[in-house]
Design a protein around this ligand. Structure first.
Ligand code: 3PG
Ligand code: CO
Length: 523
């Protein structure tokens, strides 16, 4: 008997929320999803907090930890947790790397901290920055410059000043005759520095100019920059233009030979490109004009296979024994596809932050280039093109396990545009309808799930009953769907999460479930 292909769909950012208030999932027209819910085995699974290795159940899910859990069937302590622990125990500050960074710059140079300034806990946490500042001072560093990326994507959309004020207070508290730390540059995280998957190198170039060369529009303080830009442009924090802090017409914190630089983000997708700009001798993505000879380190090593970056303050979770590893051993032919914005999610994150394949022959990746535009302008993104390719792959009958990520619910959800997000969710539904036909033709099984919520809650919870509506751009704490189409199976009850999916796939492919993974969702 021929094997049934299993197709797994990750509807990025499509969670389950009972409330209809600002819910771009239930308020969208989704006849296909509705039919699947009505006619197929279905359950809701956890995608946030401890179920995906985050410090607490107050931590919303995110794509890194979500895809890690889906792709490895286990719950690993994630970057956010590992960094907390190493800071709390002070292990981080006993490390050779930290001491080298301090010693490198304490007599003559400057210590630069660069990263996302918020408590979103997806890419970074402001408390980690505070601890680094305190310990830099304790270690004898005299000059510090902080380069801040404004969030508004993992935290409320116009909250930047809260974090800037908190940072300014911290700096004031620490500054004295021997220690001088100030904010030197910054900008919205979606305009500079934090590009991912090589979708938009000019963003990284703009960050380089801002942080390293000190080129750009000058302001006397971060607050002045934010207030001015808000008035002039009306954009939310993640989209604020870049700024350079200057005194007497001179930037206060360019990055120069002999300095130390710490990128304090712990998540890798949006950290790698700027690392390459700092580290690579032969770098051809843009003209750096000047490449300072600095000691550069990341909060984590973002890619261990490719050693990016070379120096790091914490080892990443060592995710092993993954689904792909097991499938490859069993000669299962895999196919993974998404558009650029989520391509690394279904490949690198899926395989435990591993960029290399286990087996070139058994693993096929396909990337559809994403548009470089604000996604509320094209909420359909490249979903149709992704589906075209996926259906083509399915029709070859060559693959046993196929996975796809549709970014729409998440990428459009992050813009805070409710109407566009409804269109994003409807787009995914339309693609599911097409996909089901191809799955039927292949006599296959379709699994529909998500990595975390986002579109399911597009408005902040109102503080008072008559508070005006405020857009919510971040992920949610909600559970996500797990639907099985094309197999007559029974779902288990219980406390299930994303890490239970891998053994479910294994079972549906007719393989022996792995005893050392979380159990399968089906009986
Ligand atoms: C981003 O990087 O866009 C957000 O911080 C998190 O979104 P993701 O986890 O869905 O990628
Ligand atoms: Co997201």
């Amino acid at each position: 008997m021929s094997k049934k292909p299993v197709v797994l769909v990750v509807m990025d950012g499509v969670g389950i929320n009972e409330s209809k208030y600002g819910n771009a999932v239930t308020n969208a027209f989704t006849p296909t999803l509705d039919r699947l819910y009505e006619t197929c085995p279905y359950t809701a699974i956890k995608a946030h907090g401890k179920a995906v290795g985050l410090p607490s159940d107050d931590d919303m899910g995110n794509s890194e930890v979500g895809h890690n859990a889906l792709g490895c069937g286990q719950v690993y302590s994630q970057g956010a947790k590992l960094v907390n622990e190493s800071i709390e125990s002070k292990e981080l500050f006993k490390s050779e790397t930290w001491n080298a960074l301090v010693n490198n710059c304490k007599d003559q140079g400057v210590m630069h901290f660069l990263g996302l300034l918020s408590d979103g806990n997806v890419h970074s946490h402001i408390n980690h920055l505070f601890a680094l500042l305190e310990e830099a001072k304790a270690g004898g560093v005299k000059e510090v410059r902080v380069h801040i990326l404004l969030d508004g994507r993992d935290v409320p959309e116009t909250s930047a000043l809260e974090y800037v004020d908190a940072l300014e207070n911290k700096l004031e508290e620490l500054n004295d005759g021997n220690f001088h730390a100030i904010i030197a540059s910054g900008g919205g995280r979606m305009t500079i520095t934090m590009d991912r998957y090589e979708a938009n190198w000019p963003m990284v170039e703009a960050g380089w100019k801002t942080h390293v060369l000190g080129e750009g529009r000058e302001f006397t303080s971060a607050r002045a920059a934010i207030e001015t830009y808000r008035e002039e442009t009306g954009v939310i924090d993640q989209d604020l233009p870049a700024f350079v802090i200057s005194e007497d017409g001179k930037p206060v914190g360019t990055i120069n030979d002999g300095d130390s630089v710490v990128l304090f983000n712990f998540r890798g997708d949006r950290a790698q490109e700027i690392c390459l700009a700092f580290e690579n001798e032969d770098f051809d993505k843009f003209d750096r004009v000047r490449k300072p000879d600095v000691m550069f380190a990341g909060m984590l090593q973002y890619d261990s296979d490719l050693a990016i970056p070379k120096m790091f303050l914490n080892s990443p979770p060592k995710i092993e024994n993954t689904l792909t590893e097991y499938l490859v051993k069993n000669n299962i032919n895999e196919y993974a596809i998404s558009e650029t914005q989520k391509f690394g999610h279904v490949t690198y994150f899926w395989n435990g932050n591993r960029a290399e394949k286990f087996d070139e022959k058994l693993e096929t990746y396909y990337e559809v280039p994403s548009d470089v535009i604000p996604f509320e302008q094209r909420p359909w993104m490249k979903a149709a093109e992704v589906t075209d390719k996926l259906i083509e792959a399915l029709d070859t009958n060559e693959y046993d396990f196929l996975r796809v990520n549709y970014p729409n619910g998440d990428m459009v959800g992050h813009t805070g545009n409710y109407q566009a997000t409804i269109i994003g969710v409807e787009t995914v539904d339309l693609q599911l309808a097409r996909l089901i036909k191809a799955v039927d033709r292949a006599n296959g099984i379709l699994l529909v799930t998500a990595d975390h919520g986002n579109a399911d809650e597009m408005y902040e919870k109102p503080k008072k009953e008559d508070s005006p509506i405020k857009a919510k751009t971040s992920h949610t704490l909600n559970k996500v769907p797990f639907i099985i189409y094309g197999a007559d199976v029974k779902m288990k009850d219980g406390d299930l999460g994303l890490a239970n999916v891998a053994n479910t796939v294994v079972k549906l492919l007719g393989l022996e479930p792995k005893a050392d993974w979380e159990e399968s969702i089906i009986e």
